[in-house]
Design a protein around this ligand. Sequence first.
Ligand code: HEC
Ligand code: HEC
Length: 419
Amino acid sequence: MTPHAQGDSAVSAAAGRAPFPERRSPPAWRDLDTETREAFDLGLAIFNTSWVIAGTPNAQRRDGLGPLFVAASCDGCHNNGARGRGEPVGNRLPNSFVMQLGGPPTVYGAVFATQALPGHVSEGRVELSWSARDGRYPDGEGWELRLPEYRLTQLAFGPLPGDAVLQPRIAPATFGSGLLEAVPHEAVMRIRALQSHAVRGELAWHEDADGKPRLGRFGWQAQAISIEDQTARALAREMGLTSRPHPQDDCTTQQAACRNAPQGGSPEVSDEFLGALVTLQANLAVPARPAGAAADSGAVLFERTGCASCHQSVLPVDTGSGTAIIDAYTDLLLHDMGEGLADRRVDGSIAGSQWRTAPLWGMAHALAGGDAGLLHDGRARSVEEAVLWHDGQARDARRAFERLPAAERRQLLDWVGSL
Ligand code: HEC
Ligand code: HEC
């Protein structure tokens, strides 16, 4: 056996991965009993359903969309479970783009709804423009990045206050969520304790419905504590659909037309459908690494430059029947990534620069279409651009990357692109 093949077998030993021969029907990472398989299949059908206006005949309990929304189906943003496709080209936003609004509550609610049912007015439009940033590696090779700038226009409910925070986000993949949910929080705390002071992350504690602290794991800032939490949020905010955990959608009290619009049931998404969506995501596998994936010399450089102190290659998961190991390349912790990546307020001031270490598993699948937008707002057109945006707690790692000889930089980038 060549050393390369040994490396591959170590990789395939990680739980949660499976080949994706058919993009459209992503596989489960474990064998499912009949009942779970039925819920998984129903979940996939609901995930792909385009919800319709309340009261549509023969809607099979799939009505109640909006009236304000961003997209009509989960699949509309997470295409077949994958991250949002469509790198932002020119001034066109990716189809999976969501502008969340942070800061003190405004009339617009938590998500800026760019679509509305007939008879309603959307909250407005998001306009995007770019400015270039360029520089050179120490060896003289040049690079160019692009910095997005967002403007909200055609504001239906008046101007936003200067302290409203613009939170541009693209949809991450939903693959492997069940495994990330099964990482014991003690393991995350152990990783944190071993991180050097300079890169030590923060735990994203949030309260659950009973007021108990739970570790945030999902979303670019780890603000959702579970798959169900994230799903119910998406239904309410991105799609205007109520469910048991979120009996209110994102219409605010000042949005009377939205409040008074007919409902598709109460809640609009039944517990059966919500449960099926959760079962689907809890069991979705992560795409296996491509055959003949890049040589493991890239893995050595990944360690040596310090990428691995945040993008952890080994995490334990509690599978219910024992412990397994996953290669998600995240520590599920929040890190300060510097001003360049920070969210900004409407008045231009910096609001927050802490991000969950993005899991890198499935990167080869994400890059396969050639139009992936990386980082939380999709600004990076390649792994290289994503790395060059690393700053704050990741500055030392970025600098170590920049100082590598060009051939080693390439090896490292190819390896990350093969995960
Ligand atoms: C309009 C686009 C859009 C729609 C529709 C949408 N999502 Fe998302 N989804 C996003 C964005 C953007 C994020 C990142 C949110 C954040 O960082 O706060 C996200 C995050 C997630 C995550 C977290 C993944 C991770 O590892 O962090 C899951 C799981 C998820 N969505 C599932 C769903 C499900 C299930 C549905 C349908 C009920 C859905 N989404 C509908 C855009 C969308
Ligand atoms: C201090 C922790 C830290 C270190 C060190 C670090 N990263 Fe990251 N990485 C992050 C965080 C946090 C994000 C998400 C940032 C965002 O979306 O704005 C990220 C995002 C990424 C992404 C984009 C992933 C996606 O899904 O869009 C890539 C690629 C990446 N890192 C590669 C690397 C490489 C290669 C190195 C080493 C040169 C490295 N990182 C070092 C924390 C770190």
